[in-house]
Write a protein that binds this ligand. Structure first.
Ligand SMILES: Nc1ncnc2c1ncn2[C@@H]1O[C@H](COP(=O)(O)OP(=O)(O)OP(=O)(O)O)[C@@H](O)[C@H]1O
Length: 987
């Protein structure tokens, strides 16, 4: 294929001429060989193999029994795969005796075909190469590519397409021909060249081909392959250059698993098997000859001697990069075969190739080239045919016959070539059509995929939003849990405070109890004092009342007496008035008769009369004074009784004051007690604060644990979210990558895309399911945690309520007891005060009542006195108007009417008279005094006869005299009344 591609010298590290690389691999001995001696020694550093004494060196690589598949691949194949992708043809074939590990090296151990090429040690070169090619291709951007796979078997010099359906009988159609445009490049026609889109396609086809391989059991190996298998992976890469040119690269990787190279005789093959072995050896012998010819610079290389050599023409001495892996058995039994293989390999090592890269050309050039080629061939064909109708002489004819024969051969060759070229072209066209078809499909698919991608992106966005919501929900849950924690903390704080207050109250209560007891005792004492006081007051009130009553009674009596005396006086006056009138008349008469007689002595007699009058006035004044003093004494007594009441009131006030002081003391005690309680409360508070801190620390620790749990949960959730996000991101990236690739590759692998999308969808579904599962796993945990938090909160609430209730109870009890004791003390004090106030009020009322009674008495007395005074004044005035009588007469009259004054009175009066400035000598005065005393004594006798009452009250004349004197002194009646009133008020 791709004969139109020009070859150009190698570049990029591939030498222009390079020897076929030969590596030796020695497998480990199998069970059968366990007792056999190991004769093959490998030196990887020296790259030499020693078998007995024979040393084979300068190999590309040498691997011992413990070599690893991955090692082989990295050293021998990896670079070639990269070269294939750059446009080189590369061949790797395994050569060796049956059962030495050719298939193991090329395909891998049992079941290894589906293993991961990078990790699975069983995996052989073919699966690794397939994986590697697709990994590299998918990693490249800006290219389109198509990968095709053909798998043929050469068995008994027959080529069999291992990928065609087993029923088809088209094996004879498979031909090998040289690419006319690329000399030496052998093309296999008539085989299925199946496009593959991924590693799995390769595996599937490999499996299919392997099943078709004919294997026969030989004595040497149970599954000894009697055929050569050739797997070809062609890669066509179309690349758009920045210049706008379209470049096409085509590389080919041939992986050949040769049949065993053992001796027929030793293999034990018989009959058909022997034929097989022979054919096998024919091919291998031809291969040997080719190798010999190549290494000895022979003019002819017998590629055409066998299908195998024909097929490997390009790989041996051609433009391919070739690696041979010669496999060996390590044991002595296989010595000959091992030596043969080593010699074979050593010879092959000298084959020189000229690796050429398949020149990058654009599509137009490719067509042009093919067209030119076809045209040329057609021309040649036509020319050849045209010549066939010309008549020539015999010799010339014979010559021409020969020439015609030659020409016919050439024609047939050209026809063959033309046919091959046409087939190639058809193939290329088919490739291009296929590519275009793929491109169109891919374009449509890309569109569809873009739409799907948009949908996926939307879904992804939705999923992201869902995740974000979930995250938010988680965040909210975390926050809610945080709030719950803070609520719980608050609840605990409150509970602690409540506890503290409760304890404080309890302590305070405990401390207040004795204080309350003391207060109660004081209150009891106060009550007793109060009771005592009220009792004493109650006791003192009746005597006071009695005293008052008595005084009132006395006053009344006195008033009554005064009234009686007044009445008596009035009566006496009334009695005396007619007698007096008569006496006055007689006296008038006497006076008249004696007027003349007395006129001489008028002046002296007048003087005596004035003296008598003044004596009378003095007597009246004395009586008045006596009365006043009596009244004053009554008033004083009243005042005294009033003072007594006042003293009692004062005492009570004093008591009250004491009680107030005691109350103040009590209050200050209470305050002190409260201050002490507060202090104690503070102390208890500090203690409780400590305990609370301890409790809080404990709580914080527990909460921290809880939070740690929560955080780990949340972090696991977030990591889960991140994983999901990463998964999503990965999916996004994968989708984007896929889309990029899809956008860039116009060839059809829509199915792959579908599959990828399906896979992605599945992945997303899986991821969603996983997320759901995780969420569903998390939800019960969350709900249980929420439940726990709720329970916790509820418990805290209950605790808080309990504490609150307890606190209220304690407070109530405390307050109740405290208040009860205080209120009882206060109520006892209040009751005492009330009693006291009541007593005071009663006393004051009693006093006021007494006062009003006395005032009433006074009013009455005043009225009577006024009346009396009026009478006395009138009488006095009337007496004053009476003309002076004869002294004797007067004396008689007085003797008749008045009791004689006592000596002291007379003496006092005489002294008064002396003080009044009378100028008499001492003898005269004594004489006169005696005379006056005599007179007065006689007068008083008269008076005594007139008087009814005792000595306490003065005679009416005295009273009159006193009153008269006072009137004279004060000058008016009103002033006297007001003066007395004033004095009473003052009292
Ligand atoms: N390097 C190795 N390490 C472990 N086992 C190996 C190795 N090489 C070969 N074997 C084992 O040896 C046996 C024969 O190997 P294999 O079939 O690959 O030989 P072969 O050369 O392909 O034989 P045939 O020519 O008959 O196809 C297999 O069971 C294989 O697993």
């Amino acid at each position: 294929m791709m004969s139109a591609m020009k070859k150009k010298p190698t570049n990029s590290g591939v030498p222009a001429r390079s020897n076929v690389a030969v590596a030796i691999r020695v497998r480990p001995p199998n069970e059968k060989e366990a007792k056999d001696s190991l004769i093959v020694k490998t030196d990887p550093i020296d790259r030499s193999v020693t078998i007995r004494n024979k040393v084979f060196s300068n190999f590309e690589r040498v691997y011992g029994q413990n070599s690893r598949q991955s090692e082989i691949y990295k050293d021998l194949v990896k670079k070639q795969v990269e070269d294939v992708l750059r446009g080189y043809n590369c061949t790797i074939f395994a050569y060796g005796q049956t059962g030495t590990g050719k298939t193991y090296t090329m395909e891998g151990g049992e079941g290894s075909i589906e293993g991961d090429w990078e990790t699975d040690e069983n995996t052989g070169i073919i699966p690794r190469a397939a994986q590697h090619i697709f990994t590299e291709l998918t990693a490249k951007t800006g290219i389109e590519y198509i990968v095709r796979l053909s798998y043929v078997e050469i068995y008994n010099e027959e080529m069999i397409d291992l990928l065609s359906s087993p029923s088809s009988d088209d094996k004879h159609l498979i031909r090998l021909f040289e690419d006319p445009a690329k000399k030496g490049t052998i093309v296999i026609s008539g085989v299925e060249d199946i496009p593959v889109r991924c590693r799995d396609d390769v595996y599937r086809l490999l499996k299919q081909g392997t099943e078709q391989r004919r294997t026969a059991e030989t004595l040497m190996n149970k599954q000894s392959s009697r055929s050569h298998s050739v797997l070809t992976i062609s890669v066509l890469i179309r690349e758009s250059l920045p210049s706008g040119e379209e470049l096409v690269k085509q590389g080919k990787l041939r992986l050949v698993d040769l049949a065993g190279s053992e001796n027929i005789g030793r293999s034990g093959a018989e009959g058909k098997r022997a034929k097989e072995a022979g054919n096998i050896n024919t091919s291998l012998l031809a291969l040997g000859r080719v190798i010999n010819a190549l290494t000895t610079n022979a003019p002819h290389i017998p590629y055409r001697e066998s299908k195998l050599t024909r097929l490997l023409q390009d790989s041996l001495g051609g433009s391919s990069i070739t690696t041979i892996i010669a496999t060996l058995s390590p044991v002595n039994t296989n010595f000959d075969e091992s030596v043969s293989t080593l010699e074979y390999a050593h010879r092959a090592m000298n084959i020189k190739n000229r690796p050429e890269i398949n020149e990058n050309v654009n599509k137009k050039d490719l067509f042009k080239e093919y067209s030119g080629q076809i045209e040329r061939l057609m021309r040649e064909l036509k020319a050849a045919r045209d010549k066939s109708g010309v008549y020539l002489d015999q010799e010339l004819y014979d010559e021409m016959g020969k020439k015609i024969e030659t020409s016919e051969e050439r024609i047939s060759l050209l026809e063959q070539q033309l046919e091959d070229t046409l087939e190639l072209m058809r193939k290329h066209l088919a490739d291009i059509e296929l590519m275009d078809d793929y491109y169109g499909k891919a374009y449509t698919r890309v569109r569809n995929l873009e739409q799907r991608l948009a949908l996926r992106v939307e879904e992804l966005e939705e999923a992201k939003m869902t995740i974000a919501k979930e995250k938010q929900a988680h965040e909210e849950t975390r926050r809610a849990l945080g709030r719950c924690r803070s609520h719980a903390e608050e609840a605990f704080t409150v509970a602690e405070e409540t506890k503290k207050v409760g304890w404080e109250a309890h302590h305070e209560l405990m401390r207040l109890h004795p204080r309350c007891d003391a207060i109660g005792e004081i209150a009891n004492e106060n009550r007793n004092v109060s009771l005592e006081l009220s009792r004493s007051i109650n006791e003192s009130i009746p005597p006071m009342r009695e005293a008052n009553d008595l005084r009132m009674k006395n006053g009344e009596e006195k008033v009554k007496e005064a009234e009686t005396a007044l009445n008596v006086l009035n009566e006496a006056v009334a009695e005396k008035i007619p007698a007096t009138k008569e006496s006055i008349d007689e006296a008038n008469e006497t006076m008249k008769s004696l007027l003349s007689r007395l006129s001489s002595i008028h002046s002296s007699h007048n003087e005596n009369a004035q003296k008598e009058t003044s004596l009378l006035v003095t007597m009246i004044r004395k009586a008045q004074l006596h009365l006043e003093s009596t009244i004053d004494s009554v008033v004083t007594q009243l005042i005294e009784s009033n003072d007594e009441g006042r003293i009692k009131v004062e005492e009570m006030e004093h008591q009250n004051e004491i009680m107030r002081k005691e109350m103040d003391q009590l209050r200050s005690d209470c305050r002190e007690a409260i201050a002490t309680a507060q202090m104690k409360r503070m102390e208890a508070g500090e203690e409780l604060e400590k305990k609370r801190n301890q409790f809080k620390d404990e709580m914080e620790r527990k909460t921290k644990d809880m939070m740690n749990m929560m955080n780990s949960f949340v972090s696991s959730m977030s990591s889960m979210g991140e994983t999901i996000e990463e998964g999503q991101r990965g999916q996004e990236e994968t989708i984007a990558e896929r889309m990029n690739q899809m956008g860039e590759v116009e060839m059809g692998w829509g199915d792959e895309m579908d599959e990828t999308c399906e896979k992605l969808k599945n992945m997303m579904n899986e991821s969603t399911e996983k997320t759901k599962d995780q969420i569903s796993t998390c939800l019960p945990i969350l709900s249980s945690m929420g439940q726990k938090t709720e329970d916790y909160g509820r418990k805290s609430e209950i605790d808080r309520e309990d504490w609150k209730k307890e606190r209220e109870t304690i407070e109530e009890e405390c307050r109740g007891k405290h208040e009860l004791s205080l209120s009882s003390a206060l109520s006892s004090i209040d009751s005492l005060k009330e009693t006291h106030d009541k007593t005071q009020v009663d006393t004051v009322a009693a006093l006021e009542n007494t006062k009003s009674i006395i005032a009433e008495s006074w009013k009455e007395v005043d009225g009577d006195m006024d009346k009396l005074m009026k009478i006395v004044i009138e009488e006095t005035e009337r007496i004053r108007e009476i003309p002076p009588k004869d002294v004797e007469q007067v004396q008689r009259e007085f003797q008749d009417n008045q009791s004689p004054p006592t000596e002291e009175e007379l003496f006092a009066e005489s002294e008064d008279e002396v003080e009044e400035g009378e100028e008499n000598d001492e003898n005269d005065q004594q004489k006169k005094f005696k005379e006056k005393a005599k007179l007065r004594r006689s007068n008083f006798r008269v008076r005594d006869s007139l008087l009814v009452g005792g000595d306490d009250l003065q005679s009416p004349s005295k009273l009159i005299g006193m009153r008269g004197q006072r009137i004279e002194e004060e000058g008016s009646e009103a002033s006297f009344g007001s003066d007395r009133t004033n004095r009473r008020t003052n009292n």
